[in-house]
Design a binder for this molecule. Sequence first.
Ligand code: HEM
Length: 404
Amino acid sequence: MRNWIKRHGHIYEINVPIFGQSVVVSDPALVRSVCTASNEQLINVQPNLSNLFGPGSIFGLDGSRHRDRRRLLAPALHGRSLKNYEKVIEDETLRESANWPENNEFRILEPMNRITLDVILRTILGADGAELEELCEIVPPWMTLGSIMAFVPAPPFRTGRHSPWGKLAEFRNAFDRIVLTLIEGAEADPGLGDRADVLALLLRSRRDGGTGMPRLDICDELLALIGAGHESTASALGWAFERLRRHPDVLAELVGEVDEGGSDFRRATILELLRLRTVVDVIGRRVGAPNFDLGKWRIPHNRTVLVRIADLHENPEIFPHPEQFDPFRFRGTKPPTSAWLAFGGGARRCLGADFAITEMDIVLRTVLQNFRIQTDAAADEKSHFRGIAHTPKLGGRVVVNRRT
Ligand code: HEM
């Protein structure tokens, strides 16, 4: 797609397998029009991640049901709730890094995945003990297979247990069984009314007629948050260490700031990481109105519109020398909202953006407080597409020493 920009400019139309005839945009003004379109003009792209998480998840909803679900989930993913999660994130990072080898290169992506999974299971599901252990075991292989299969249509015939669909169904049964155990525990909890995790929020929610949310929808939603939230954040953290190994100036600035108790430059570094190494590089919508005017183009009903985030982030008119990893560009300033789109935009903007930034911030702070990262001139790691997220191809290889 990057090459097509050179040939066709920042808006063009192509036939994308599975998504059909699609308009691809990366011009900032046009992207702004996509992000500010109403819920009725542009609806959810088809197919979408509800294929993987289930139709009861936020990814399967449109219009007012989608809006209501966002309102319901938001308190657990913003503001004060995040403050409560900070200790869990720090503890988990310390626990996971306790046995990191010194002077020996290792892949940091897997430890990052374990940290972000554990954090999301504890904070969002309120999981602990046997349920937490079982989920930590079954989620990673599901995520690997599910990411590849997310947009592949299921065949119209019955598939065996050993087929990818059979394996996904087996995971789903196990996941639902564990979540139903957590639900029973939560319902018996006299403190349910005060709990801030998403499981408790969903259980307490009532529809207009006073009925509660169907159990299966709760399972779909929790799976969506785990699936959307943990690998994406771990991949971004993997890229953080991949970049820091090759940028001693940035690393020295970050360590100095950590030692003085600051965080501004770390926040700027996170924004720059998410610009330069887009973990999710495309977002999609579908025209729901009879047609949708995009600049001087009129897009017909049902046509797919894709925003290429990576191309937007590499626009030299907005980000000078876009290929350079330069966190200083965001020091004391924020990137323009319609040109920095790591979390998407508009009515479907990532609901976990603040959660992800907080988590990255605390993991980075904790690692830098406790480890010295060795720097060298190793070649950049290439990007590996896992089906949803882009990760460093070699897993973000680093060499560390414990700080005394
Ligand atoms: C660095 C980490 C992350 C990145 C790069 C990321 C990126 C994205 C992107 C690009 C979208 C699509 C937005 C759009 O269509 O406009 C999205 C949606 C979403 N993300 Fe994230 N995400 C991250 C972390 C998280 C976390 C930690 C959570 C939850 C705890 C989360 C939950 C969601 C949800 C629920 C949606 C669907 C929103 C909706 O359809 O209304 N994400 N994310």
